[in-house]
Design a binder for this molecule. Structure first.
Ligand code: AMP
Length: 504
């Protein structure tokens, strides 16, 4: 079989081409036969437009089934798919374009002029796709192209996707994910979650992140099964679709939102076999309340952009709250002390190894080397410990990242901008517990002696021009000074303790 991940998916497609792949709440459905044709058409059209194997295709569009076909078409043609959060501003996008140097961009019509202004020797094509996925120059111009394309062969190590993850230095890093990474992780999850062709996935996640794009879609494709595809999480729609679903995947916020609705009960979940949570820690309180209300035990799993999924609670055995279960098939995990010695108990740094682990950061060989041990383990940056039964618990992040509503925010990026605000001497950005978002981005600011700063709402409005809104602090706290340790590092743990109940 070809090593192209699309060929791996194709080998699992249902025999009947009329079998449904995607269904949307408006009643539209898209079969596996349609998937094969549309991806062939798009792959052929873009190849004829001059995009070559290994070229990056950056995509910043609203969620629609057509985007999934575009993703699969890029895989088929050997292009490197580069999904971008729809919230990114032009300042952020300029960095990604300079760094990844894509050959083509697919964007919303509203940002066509911006991307056209960025055309250069590398960026030769800017296509548009409207929110419904049915219009825009990509689909309009490709309609006349025949749906014929032979999936290119790829080496296991060839890049399939670049996904940016922010760095603690504030500079986002492009994680290079190979065809083999995707195949290995997809197949491991099929096995661990006992995926079946009859499964129906309720898909309400964004598709510019590994959770919605890889974990959710790859399980469906490898199962030859169906997904109910919803633009975004909206409790009413979810309550209507749950009775037709067998699996739901979500970030913890999905589960708190369901619990907030009086119409959520056991009956609505009758048909569901598995509720899966990840991307951020699931509070024990949510786990317990969900069990009481629905009769279902949420299965929590753990992964990251660079590694795909690493661990999961079991389908067949006890699922424990506050834990992310055991290493998936083919994944080695270990928890080590400061000297890189494996620990059997106590908190240490979590490291992973396996075919799921990415190839490195795009254009950053030194940064990549820093993140791997001599014996080939990737340092996740998460702190973890084993419980007595061997389940892994993630206890915190040593990289200080904030996870708000399932999205990652690296404090440094926000601090750098805050420090430029007139009258600000210095700042520390922290995540504080928040019932709905998990963590709320919060800024602690020291004002330059003898100066004053603009009011909170003006500063927040200014930041919103430069940052995706989920990264912008919800509150600003003024202090006289930031406490530092002997190494000169701001002691953010003290700030977190001080403001722990700010939102709750
Ligand atoms: P991302 O690369 O956006 O997927 O973010 C990865 C990070 O999210 C991990 O390094 C963890 O810090 C965090 N994460 C993902 N799943 C979980 C989980 N189930 N519990 C705690 N943290 C999680």
């Amino acid at each position: 079989m070809k090593n192209n991940i699309y060929s791996v998916f194709e080998a699992h497609f249902p025999v009947n081409p009329d079998a449904i792949f995607i269904e949307t709440p408006d009643g539209s459905s898209y079969s596996y036969g349609h998937l094969a044709e549309e991806t062939a058409r798009l792959a052929s059209f873009m190849t004829k437009a001059g995009i070559k194997k290994g070229d990056r295709v950056a995509v910043q569009v609203e969620k629609s089934p057509e985007v999934i076909f575009l993703y699969l078409a890029c895989l088929r043609a050997g292009f490197v798919y580069l999904p971008l959060n729809t919230a990114y501003t032009e300042t952020e996008l300029s960095y990604f374009l300079d760094n990844a140097r894509p050959s083509a961009v697919v964007c919303r019509p509203s940002s066509e002029a911006f991307f056209n202004s960025k055309k250069n020797d590398d960026l030769i094509e800017v296509f548009t796709l409207e929110a419904d996925g049915n219009r825009g120059s990509l689909v309009d111009n490709s309609r006349a192209t025949a749906a014929e394309f032979e999936t290119v062969d790829s080496a296991p190590d060839d890049l399939a996707v670049i996904l940016y993850t922010s760095g603690t230095t504030g500079r986002p890093k492009g994680a290079m994910i190979t065809h083999n990474n995707l195949a290995a992780n997809g197949l491991a999850l099929q096995q661990a979650w006992q995926w079946k062709q009859q499964d129906v996935l309720l898909h309400a996640l964004p598709i510019f992140h590994i959770h919605g794009l890889f974990v959710a879609c790859h399980n469906v494709l490898l199962g030859g099964s169906k997904m109910l595809f919803v633009e975004k999480f909206d409790t009413r729609t979810i309550l209507q679709l749950l009775p037709k679903s067998t699996v739901m995947m979500g970030v913890p916020t999905f589960y708190t939102r369901l619990l907030d609705d009086d119409n959520f009960n056991q009956k609505v979940c009758d048909n569901v076999r598995l509720f899966i949570s990840g991307s951020a820690p699931l509070l024990e309180q949510t786990f317990t309340e969900f069990k009481q209300r629905s009769g279902h035990t949420i299965l929590e799993r753990y992964g990251m952009t660079e590694t795909g999924m690493n661990t999961s609670n079991p389908v067949d055995a006890e699922r424990l709250p506050g834990t992310v279960g055991f290493a998936l098939p083919g994944v080695s995990t270990r928890i080590v002390d400061e000297n890189n010695q494996p620990l059997e108990q106590g908190v240490g740094a979590l490291q992973v190894k396996g075919d799921n682990v990415f190839k490195g950061y795009w254009g950053m060989p030194e940064k990549t080397a820093e993140e791997f041990t001599d014996d080939g383990y990737f340092m996740t940056g998460d702190m973890a410990e084993f419980n007595p039964q061997g389940y892994i618990s993630i206890v915190g992040r040593n990289k200080d990242m904030i996870i708000t509503g399932g999205y990652n925010v690296y404090p440094k990026e926000v601090e750098l901008l805050l420090d430029e605000v007139s009258g600000v001497k210095e700042s520390a950005v922290i995540g504080l517990p928040h019932k709905d978002f998990g963590e709320a981005v919060t800024a602690v600011i020291v004002v330059e002696p003898g100066q004053s700063i603009a009011n909170d709402s003006d500063i927040i409005a200014e930041l919103k021009k430069q940052l995706a809104s989920y990264k912008v602090p919800k509150k600003l706290m003024i202090v006289d000074q930031l406490e530092r340790n002997t190494m000169g590092k701001v002691q953010k743990n003290l700030l977190r303790e001080k403001y722990n109940t700010l939102y709750n």
